[in-house]
Design a protein around this ligand. Structure first.
Ligand SMILES: Cc1ncc(COP(=O)(O)O)c(C=O)c1O
Length: 374
């Protein structure tokens, strides 16, 4: 049988995630992995989840296991609306922010439409944009065609770790208003700030045209697959209709758990502990890079989030270097995967949240050796 005949035209545009391919090759626990974007598992509130699930079943009974509203259960929408100071009508719950990205692309983009983004940008977003056959252009080379939306991660970006300044945000808003496009503000790391001062969200600067994507993955646990979109009512209305065909409703039991966790203040208490842990890990990572990396290697200094980005001297190819690093027992993600055009092959993304702090030094030392020996 020729199975190829059965696939849609979209399938040809699908892109495999190189990060997920790396995970298939190796057992993360057996190496020093700076590759994935996994939270530190010690931040997952296991004991609390145990008592929360009992509480949810007691409070909601069978309702917690039933289908729910497509917009999300009212209890969670209300808690989120209160936390972020928006009317509850402007909150749509999603089955994680990856779905938020995908549903925005599906609702706004026809094949050939332009999506603006930064370079580098989040790989999962590129996968989604490509699957809808969008034309991806970067902010520094936007071209003449009017974009549908601009996708950015303003706080502690994945992969660079960098944060957009207020001026950059205001410039983007001015451009969006001048050329009349939407802004998709992907914000899963915003609450993980370890130093510096918060910068206003794009949503607060341009609420009429911004879809702000939030996520429980990095502030609660990614296994729940829960996120939210804040945005203008008429845009959320179409997203709501689209989501009916995607998954009918976000996971109901998870939503009640998240509503209890966020609403009771337990999320903030847990977040404070996560921030302290990640701040120490970031600081450790920065000092280890300082100690071991050879001259000519530079890196970003993130004020939050889970990643920093290394630039090696010209001529280095981190895609080619990868197998050597893996044989030495250390993993990263090549930076070029995050560039829409695959350029910047001398860069790499390093995650500092996942690896146990006690194992970081050996990992950075190994990676520095691999770079030096090249
Ligand atoms: C920028 C960005 N957006 C979205 C996601 C997806 O997160 P979620 O678990 O909410 O789907 C990630 C995950 O790493 C991310 O880095």
């Amino acid at each position: 049988m020729n199975y190829g005949d059965f696939f849609s035209e979209d399938v040809g545009a699908f892109m495999r995630s190189p990060v997920r391919e790396i995970f298939k090759k190796v057992d993360l626990a057996s190496i020093y992995s700076f590759a994935g974007g996994y939270p530190d598992a010690s931040t997952f509130p296991l004991d609390e989840v145990r008592s929360l699930s009992a509480r949810v079943l007691e409070k909601y009974g069978a309702k917690a296991l039933q289908y729910g509203a497509t917009q999300g259960v009212p209890e969670l929408r209300e808690v989120i609306a209160k936390r972020y100071g928006v009317p509850v009508e402007n909150v749509q719950i999603t089955t994680s922010s990856q779905q938020g990205i995908d549903v925005c692309t599906r609702v706004f983009v026809n094949p050939g439409d332009v999506i603006l983004t930064t370079a580098p940008t989040y790989l999962g977003a590129l996968q989604s944009f490509k699957s809808y056959r969008a034309e991806i252009r970067t902010l520094d080379n936007p071209g003449g065609k009017k974009p549908k939306f601009c996708y950015v991660i303003p706080d502690f970006q994945n992969p660079s770790g960098e944060t957009m300044s207020l001026e950059q945000r205001e410039n983007l808003v001015a451009l969006a208003r001048e050329r009349d496009f939407l802004i998709v503000e992907d914000s899963p790391y915003r609450e993980l700030r370890y130093s510096g001062e918060p910068v206003p969200t794009l949503y607060s600067l341009a609420p009429e045209r911004t879809l702000h994507l939030g996520s429980f993955s990095k502030i609660f646990a990614p296994g729940f697959r829960l996120g939210w979109i804040l945005g203008p009512g008429p845009l959320l209305e179409q997203i709501y209709v689209c989501k009916q065909s995607l998954d009918l409703c976000p996971p109901v039991f998870d939503q009640y758990m998240a509503a209890e966790f966020m609403g009771s203040g337990a999320l903030d208490a847990n977040l404070q502990k996560s921030i302290a842990l990640y701040r120490a890990k970031r600081d450790k990572m920065l000092s280890l890079l300082e100690k071991y990396m050879p001259e000519g290697v530079s890196w970003t200094h993130p004020e939050g989030g889970l990643f920093l980005f290394l630039t090696l001297p010209d001529g280095f190819d981190t895609v080619a270097l990868y197998d050597r690093a893996l044989s030495a027992g250390v993993a990263y993600v090549a930076g070029s995967f995050f560039y829409p055009d695959g350029s910047h092959r001398n860069t790499m993304r390093m995650n500092f949240s996942f690896l146990d702090a006690s194992r970081m030094e050996a990992g950075v030392q190994l990676l520095a050796e691999v770079i030096k020996n090249h």
